[in-house]
Design a protein around this ligand. Structure first.
Ligand SMILES: NC(=O)c1ccc[n+]([C@@H]2O[C@H](COP(=O)([O-])OP(=O)(O)OC[C@H]3O[C@@H](n4cnc5c(N)ncnc54)[C@H](O)[C@@H]3O)[C@@H](O)[C@H]2O)c1
Length: 373
């Protein structure tokens, strides 16, 4: 295997998830590249100390510029609050490193467009993080939609739900404030997850009507007081797209206040002759609709049919750490020119396109009307 040296900027929730995905790389059976975590940058010393558990990670710094000056870093993964995306992503590119950037790829549409311009000018290999489509059920739904065997597509629903903020006693973090999460709020936070597959299938919304909802106006600040929270928490985007010359309703849902849901990504594509439904709430279950003399919803247990093969037995069920690993396999193999037709990570252009949807959604909410994109 060829080693690729990786630096992580932002060692919080996602930075550590990625580090642990690298540590389990021996699970892959047919890859020719291996990520080696060599450096991490985070503002907090206790966060950096967690990386002591990774023997190859020999640079730990509170100044990410030091990581960027390290010649022993080829690729940088950045997982920081959204208001820092543009500056840090552009600094990574200026340092001559490749980048896997966390969504939403800039705090708003204008920021994402400036990042895209910097990507194009740099010539570096850049992708945006969106791991859920790498789950076996999502891959099958994508393939079924691409094969066009379900007749005329009648409607599509794509979404991401969780309930992390139902508890009003949960202290506010940076995701609860427009200044750090962005005016888009939940659109920025969860939107890319809902947009990735439709955009990859070429199903761009052309018009939309948005219903955005706020949650609790204030939360504990973690220091004994209360603090105002101003982000949108739930979003339902009722959009129209064109599929095979037909206008098709495409609903995108992103919710931080979805009772009962914990990180649930789902897609449903219904056509006149067939359909498919998958949710990570049932991680190995795929529902396929068939219409013959009678109509059938067929349920199949997919098991561990991931795009990149692993030692894990085919009967086992995949989860979040697995799809994170699959996404990184896709990033590193595509960077080597070895993707071989497999599903690739979200592109910078797809990230900008998702921001166009979020901007239209905010305008629709403000005007109470349908917006043309
Ligand atoms: N792909 C996914 O499923 C997924 C899930 C959660 C979050 N995210 C994205 O990941 C990013 C980070 O989210 P998170 O939940 O990991 O946040 P987090 O708050 O858990 O971690 C962010 C880290 O960035 C560090 N940081 C802040 N400023 C820094 C700086 N100047 N230099 C170095 N480090 C700095 C913080 O100390 C913190 O440890 C966001 O873009 C978010 O949207 C993606």
């Amino acid at each position: 295997m060829k080693n690729i040296n990786i630096g992580i900027i932002g060692g919080g929730l996602m930075g550590r998830e990625i580090a642990s995905a690298f540590a389990r790389w021996c699970a892959f059976t047919d890859l020719t590249v291996r990520p080696v975590l060599t450096a991490v940058a985070d503002l907090h010393a206790p966060t950096l100390a967690w990386f002591d558990a990774i023997p190859s990670c020999n640079q730990k710094t509170t100044d990410y510029h030091e990581l960027l000056a390290n010649p022993n870093v080829d690729v940088v993964y950045v997982a920081v609050p959204h208001h820092l995306h543009e500056q840090i992503y552009c600094d990574v590119l200026a340092a001559g490193k490749d980048l896997l950037a966390e969504k939403p790829f800039g705090i708003d549409l204008a920021s994402s467009q400036r990042i895209l311009a910097a990507v194009d000018a740099s010539g570096r290999f850049v992708r945006c993080s969106s791991e859920m489509p790498f789950s076996p059920g999502a891959q099958r739904a994508f393939a079924i939609a691409q094969q066009g065997e379900i007749g005329r597509i009648l409607e599509v629903v794509s979404g991401f739900h969780h309930s992390s903020d139902l508890d009003h006693n949960k202290p506010a973090n940076w995701k609860r404030f427009n200044k750090t999460c962005g005016e888009g709020g939940v659109l920025n936070d969860l939107g890319m997850h809902a947009c990735h597959l439709p955009l990859r299938l070429g199903w761009k919304p052309q018009r939309l009507f948005a219903q955005l909802q706020k949650g609790y106006a204030q939360r504990p600040d973690g220091k004994g007081g209360m603090i105002a929270c101003d982000t949108w928490d739930n979003a339902q985007l009722h959009t129209w797209t064109t599929i095979a010359d037909h206008t098709v309703p495409l609903r995108m849902e992103m919710k931080r206040l979805a009772p009962g849901a914990t990180n649930t990504w789902f897609i449903e594509i219904l056509g006149t002759d067939g359909g498919v439904r998958f949710s990570t709430a049932e991680p190995k279950t795929l529902w396929i609709f068939e219409r013959g003399k009678e109509q059938w919803w067929k349920r199949t247990e997919l098991g561990f049919g991931t795009p990149f093969k692993t030692i894990t037995g085919g009967i086992f069920e995949p989860g979040f750490p697995d799809v994170i690993q699959q996404m990184w396999a896709a990033y590193l193999m595509e960077r080597e020119g070895l993707l071989d037709g497999r599903f690739g990570c979200a592109t910078p252009q797809e990230a900008v396109d998702s921001h166009k949807i979020f901007a239209a959604a905010m305008l629709s909410q403000q005007q109470g009307s349908v917006v043309t994109l």
